[in-house]
Design a protein around this ligand. Structure first.
Ligand SMILES: Cc1cc2nc3c(=O)[nH]c(=O)nc-3n(C[C@H](O)[C@H](O)[C@H](O)COP(=O)(O)OP(=O)(O)OC[C@H]3O[C@@H](n4cnc5c(N)ncnc54)[C@H](O)[C@@H]3O)c2cc1C
Length: 460
């Protein structure tokens, strides 16, 4: 490949903050709100014109893991509960008590966008939207500033503590801190996917829905569609004048822009293939249309930091408890085949169309488990240890959301949005405590952090 040398240039430091939160998704916005509420001068940098990450840009819903495994016992409250109550006040989410009785918190993405705006404004978070973090400037092993690009040009944002909530550990990676990605044996992460909304259909009875699902499933088996499930008639949002479907998949690397480009165009084509097919074969869908596709396809798993502790699949399954617990998770080891073939991956021995031909099958097979072994004990949860948020190499960096330190199987549980939000609140609170004490995040008094989180309504 030919290369060229960029000329060096002076970059203006447009902001100097205590805490710089990089990315405004479920791992990022609670971190910024928590840090600012605890008195830290906080900046949140987000590449889109709105926050919410995959909860808005990915149309992903509902917010999972708000309750203990297969129960209605709450395990995440704090900022998640506040945001739910605010969305309820807008008529766009159930009450918190109602949500506890459901498998996830249903909500409308547009309501979440404005609720996050309000919560950030009230806390005093300085927002930089439409701003892409492109590089990091280090001073020894510490991050001095992130370099951002926007319509305002190339600029720097300096800070004391940086929280990497980019989903892809962009900041850790650019800082040269060690990161991991995907399965230990081949580095492949869970398949990319996306949500889309279908509207304009006629009312359908339960029986008819079941019939149509089976029809699409047969087409999947015949190879017409490569969806991972036939559930195109889901109601994951709060307002159900449309279907919110989570069925697409693409086996690729979400940190490779060529794969992301192909994922976007091929998934979009498949969504339209499905709608054309439904229009032609199901009278109730004769006038149906794609109301929207998500602004971006969603990575389930990409780069993560290497911390002093990596959450494991065993931790998820055992409902592990840690002395340095800062959040709770309850989602199971929910692996979407990185090659985009099977789901859930523990069925790959029986369902994978490639079977033993797959070069990865043998290695994956060794780790196969029964469905029973993938869940935390019923009514229980696993703790997220504070050590999983710390970097082994960069002392003023904390990770949040799906950038935390975990194995492929551990991340398959910890990646869902309820857990990301709980981790985010903890990361922001820890950053503020570190700044107030004049220490690095690793030196934060974990007992004080836990007490502060509890006082703020988090369940720890
Ligand atoms: C298809 C699919 C279905 C899913 N289903 C569910 C579900 O039903 N329920 C559930 O709870 N979870 C679900 N998940 C998982 C969940 O959506 C994610 O794991 C979660 O959103 C991760 O949160 P995050 O904040 O770490 O990352 P993200 O949500 O990806 O947010 C990262 C944010 O950082 C910003 N950003 C990234 N890089 C930069 C940069 N360089 N500069 C500036 N900004 C940047 C992004 O724009 C984004 O706003 C699903 C995921 C996928 C892909």
């Amino acid at each position: 490949m030919r290369t060229l040398t960029e000329p060096s240039r002076e970059v203006p430091i447009v902001l100097e903050a205590d805490v710089v939160v990089c990315g405004g998704g479920p791992g990022g916005f609670p971190a910024a709100i928590a840090a600012a509420r605890h008195g830290a001068k906080t900046v949140l940098i987000e590449r889109y014109g709105f926050m919410g990450g995959l909860a808005t840009a990915g149309l992903v819903a509902p917010i999972l893991a708000h309750t203990a495994s297969e129960s209605d016992i709450p395990i995440v409250e704090g900022i998640l509960k506040e945001a739910t109550e605010r969305m309820h006040a807008l008529g766009c989410a159930p009450t918190w008590e109602e949500a506890l009785g459901e498998w996830g918190v249903r909500f409308d993405a547009e309501a979440l966008k404005v609720v996050i705006d309000e919560m950030c404004a009230e806390a005093g978070v300085h927002l930089l939207l439409h701003t892409h973090i492109t590089d990091v400037v280090t001073d020894g092993d510490r991050i001095a500033a992130v370099i951002v690009e926007s319509k305002s040009g190339r600029q720097a944002v300096a800070g004391k503590v940086f929280i990497d909530a980019t989903g892809d550990a962009d900041v850790a990676f650019r800082a040269g801190a060690p990161t991991t990605q995907g399965r230990a044996f081949d580095g492949r992460g869970e398949s990319i996917g996306s949500f889309f909304h279908i509207a304009g259909h006629a009312p359908l009875s339960e029986e008819r829905q079941q019939e149509l699902r089976q029809q699409v499933e047969r087409e999947m088996e015949d190879g017409r569609f490569r969806f991972y499930n036939p559930n195109f008639m889901n109601n994951n949002a709060h307002h159900c004048d449309h279907f919110s479907s989570n069925m697409t998949r693409y086996g690729g690397d979400s940190t490779d822009v060529r794969d992301m480009t192909h994922a976007e165009t091929s998934i979009r084509r498949e969504i339209w293939d499905l709608v054309r097919y439904l229009r032609a074969t199901a009278p109730e869908f004769a006038d149906a249309y794609v109301q929207q596709t998500s602004p971006q396809v969603g990575p389930r798993e990409s780069r993560q930091i290497v911390g002093p502790y990596a959450l494991t699949g065993e931790d998820v399954h055992q409902g592990a408890k840690f002395e340095d617990a800062i959040a709770r998770g309850s989602w199971w080891i929910d692996i979407h085949c990185p090659l985009g073939h099977t789901y859930p991956v523990h069925l790959c021995t029986v369902e994978c169309p490639k079977g033993a031909e797959c070069p990865y099958w043998a290695a994956e097979h060794e780790q196969m488990r029964s469905r029973q072994e993938l869940y935390p004990p019923q009514g229980d949860w696993y703790d997220i240890p504070y050590r999983s948020l710390l970097s082994v190499a960069t002392p003023n960096l904390l990770a949040s959301g799906r950038c935390i330190s975990a194995t492929h199987e551990g991340m398959a549980g910890a990646r869902v949005m309820g857990t990301c939000m709980a981790v985010g609140q903890a990361a922001g609170t820890a950053a503020a405590l570190a700044v107030a004490a004049g220490v690095d995040p690793a030196a934060v008094d974990v007992r004080a952090l836990q007490e502060t989180l509890r006082a703020d309504g988090a369940l720890v």
